[in-house]
Design a protein around this ligand. Structure first.
Ligand code: AMP
Ligand code: ZN
Length: 272
């Protein structure tokens, strides 16, 4: 893709899938990386009401560099930033929380971190009265997820691999939107460098999910068109699949949940 086409392609995704409107307050989940920083840059440029949200995971060195970069980005774009401090709110870094979980259950680092991050994002976004949470997920992330679920026989999990997740009407659930859903990762990188969008290039030192790494390596051997086919086929397959309309609330934390107890509480007990 010619990177000049990225803003228009993102605009089309926003319009076609009704990701957000100009009235919405959109909280952009910022990791410090090129993807979420580009989402903030683009949504701000398009005139949406955006604020930044970062979870400081407390990973020594790395987290400080992420936060520095995010503060700079938000200053440059004149965007309000909210920072959630894992150590302060939870009494420990993500590494500490994860180690506790992994001593009881064999789960990879990203699986634990992903569940906790989603839980924090939804709860905090609701507190901040945000209408949408925007994340930096790009075409490669989504194609990887779909393929991994396919390989593992977890087809149902790919239902969330779409540009907007969680439109089930529930007042406690803040829908998550993915404006870069159709943009290949390499193009986002080139775009961020070209537009001099502040970000860090360092990967998370804890991201050691070997299955995802293996899938990413495989997907790097196919071109953008084929990645697009993977996500488009999945969208087509999931088109008529209904997400259960019955929304339950976790008996431990009160957050929306598929079961009696949400994934986060199952993993962590009532720690958070
Ligand atoms: P990841 O699961 O690390 O691939 O991240 C996917 C998306 O989640 C990113 O593009 C961000 O939008 C968001 N995200 C990841 N880490 C953080 C963080 N520490 N704070 C806020 N948002 C995050
Ligand atoms: Zn819970």
């Amino acid at each position: 893709m010619n990177i000049k086409q990225i803003p228009n392609k993102v605009k089309q995704t926003i319009e076609k899938y009704k990701l957000c409107s100009k009235k919405d307050k959109v909280l952009v989940a910022l990791s410090g990386g090129k993807d979420s920083s580009s989402v903030l840059y683009l949504l701000k440029k398009f005139g949406y009401k955006v604020e930044g949200f970062h979870i400081n995971l407390g990973i020594s060195g790395y987290s400080e560099r992420c936060l520095d970069s995010i503060r700079k980005l938000c200053d440059e774009l004149d965007v309000k930033l909210h920072v959630y401090e894992m150590r302060k709110e939870q009494g420990g870094s993500m590494c500490y929380i994860r180690t506790g979980v992994q001593s009881k259950e064999k789960l990879n680092n990203c699986a634990v971190c992903g569940v906790v991050k989603k839980w924090v994002m939804n709860k905090e976004a609701r507190k901040l009265k945000a209408d949408k949470i925007a994340t930096g997920h790009n075409l490669d992330d989504e194609a990887q997820t779909v393929l991994m679920n396919f390989f593992k026989g977890n087809l149902d999990l790919s239902i969330n691999s779409k540009p907007i997740v969680g439109v089930v009407v529930d007042k406690k659930f803040v829908p998550r939107i993915k404006p870069l859903f159709f943009i290949p990762e390499d193009d986002v990188r080139t775009f961020a460098l070209d537009k001099k969008i502040e970000h860090i290039s360092e990967p998370c030192p804890c991201a050691l999910d070997s299955y995802r790494i293996k899938t990413r390596k495989f997907l790097n051997t196919v071109d953008g068109k084929e990645k697009l086919n993977i996500v488009n086929n999945n969208l087509e397959m999931m088109k008529d699949k209904k997400v259960s309309s019955e929304v339950k609330y976790c008996e431990v934390c009160g957050e929306p949940s598929r079961g009696e107890i949400c994934k986060k509480c199952k993993m962590l007990g009532s720690k958070i």
